[in-house]
Design a protein around this ligand. Structure first.
Ligand code: GDP
Length: 426
């Protein structure tokens, strides 16, 4: 059976922790989209890790980890991450890198940076890790697949075609130096050696795993709001962040996904630029305090270190986010963070041009939306590490149950701290 762990919001919901926890009872953990542009924070007996490209099952020797064809594969970063975890005492992981995955090339990173520079104040606040140019090239069919690395004449030809187009763009649109094709080719050959031991037929492996009744976890990156079709376009990422895309990017059969666990935080956070709509945002000293107390070390991006914008729980966005994921259950993280508040607001509606709605609108209307809040009493105590739901203060349970009712999905997992076992199952 296949379970997906995906984000209901803007990413950073705490998916890494939930995946790490559920990986314990799984056979396979798969990354099926995105690249090294976001990070999952995992804290376990080996230490604290920010994983960017490796699946979160790598800490368990019984788990096979798969980097699926839907991922933007930055081989240099993958090699560095592997060296980092083994350097910290984690046993060498079982890893399969799909031969159909495509390579995130150094010129994608350059292009991302050049484009942000060109846009200046109109920039989207990209992490400049090359994700948008990578996926553009995939759909323009100028991408390079992992399997191409092992066919040198073909690789040369693929690279030549890609560089030809990039150089026109780099020299004439961005006024930057042209790429050196020979140097890139050499780089690819040496990187090839570093991933060769892991390259395999992930497609057959996964279909066989499903057929033989293995438990497969699909590990999503970012969240519903960042999906290029159903998110807040164009402040989106460039790959699909929805569980449904796991059927392509992992891949697994659509009918095999039985459980979609949508992760959401007890408050909102978004790492995007200040031009993005964020209806329930908390600014000023109240926002600063929540940002400082959030997550395990404050709300700062795991990959970029950027301060995240924070706000009250947005039930409108989260209900929509769970709906488009096809959530069968929700996991609510960071409940412990809110213990300092006398009162807690929840955004239960959007006022768009004077009409209140609980339906998540398209981007132009979202830009005009104003939050409609309901206020709940806080619980004013530290619930960190509580593992028995019924032992939570009544107001904390009331908060969880209020959110559950608003988002229309059962909250079966409540996380009360960043560590693996700081969790209450309902
Ligand atoms: P992901 O990308 O969805 O995996 O999320 P991140 O790892 O980027 O961000 C989640 C942050 O919250 C990390 O710093 C986690 O260690 C932390 N975290 C996860 N669950 C909890 C929780 O229940 N309580 C607290 N205080 N922190 C948590």
């Amino acid at each position: 059976m296949v379970k997906a762990i995906v984000g209901a919001n803007w990413g950073d919901e705490g998916k890494g922790k939930i995946t790490d926890l559920l990986a314990e009872q799984s056979d396979v953990v798969v990354r099926f989209q995105g690249g090294a542009n976001a990070g999952h924070t995992i804290i376990n007996d080996y230490g604290r890790f920010a994983l960017h490209i490796l699946p979160s099952g790598i800490f368990y020797p019984h788990v096979t980890n798969v980097i699926g064809n839907g991922v933007a594969l930055d081989i240099a970063k993958l090699a560095a991450e592997l060296a980092d975890i083994t350097g910290q005492g984690v046993p060498a992981p079982n890893l399969i890198v799909s031969e159909r995955a495509q390579l995130l090339m150094p010129y994608h990173v350059l292009q991302d940076g050049y484009e942000e520079e060109r846009l200046g104040g109109r920039a989207f606040g990209s992490t400049k890790s090359g994700i948008a140019p990578f996926y553009s090239d995939k759909y323009a069919k100028t991408g390079i697949q992992v399997c191409d690395l092992f066919e040198e004449a073909r690789l040369r030809d693929r690279l030549h075609r890609a560089v030809e187009v990039k150089n026109v763009l780099f020299e004439h649109l961005y006024h930057k130096p042209a790429l050196d094709e020979d140097q890139l080719f050499g780089q690819l050959l040496s990187l090839r050696e570093r991933i060769a031991p892991y390259v395999g037929d992930a497609v057959s492996f996964l279909h066989e795993a499903v057929r033989s009744g293995k438990t497969v976890l699909l590990e999503g990156q970012l969240g519903s709001m960042k999906d290029p079709d159903l998110g807040i376009f164009p402040m989106t990422t460039s790959s699909h962040t929805l569980a449904g895309y796991g059927c392509v990017g992992a891949p697994v059969p659509p009918t095999a996904i039985e459980d979609v666990i949508c992760v959401t935080k007890a408050y909102s956070s978004s790492v995007g630029s200040h031009t993005e709509p964020f209806v329930s945002e908390l600014t000023g000293p109240e926002g600063d305090e929540l940002r400082r107390r959030g997550g395990d070390r404050g709300e700062f991006g795991a990959t970029t270190g950027r301060p995240r914008r924070v706000g009250w729980f947005d039930a409108v966005a989260t209900k929509y986010g769970c709906m488009v994921q096809g959530a069968t259950q929700a996991a609510l993280t960071c409940l412990d963070v809110l213990g300092y508040l006398d009162e807690i607001k929840v955004c239960v509606g959007y006022d768009v041009d004077g009409a209140v709605t609980d339906k998540f609108p398209t981007t132009p209307a979202l830009m005009r939306a104003r939050p409609v809040f309901e206020t709940l009493p806080g619980w004013k105590c530290d619930v960190r590490g509580v593992t028995d739901y019924s032992a939570l203060p009544a107001n904390a349970r009331r908060y969880v149950e209020f959110l559950e009712e608003r988002i229309g999905v059962p909250i079966k997992i409540v996380s009360t701290g960043p560590r693996r076992h700081e969790i209450a199952m309902r």
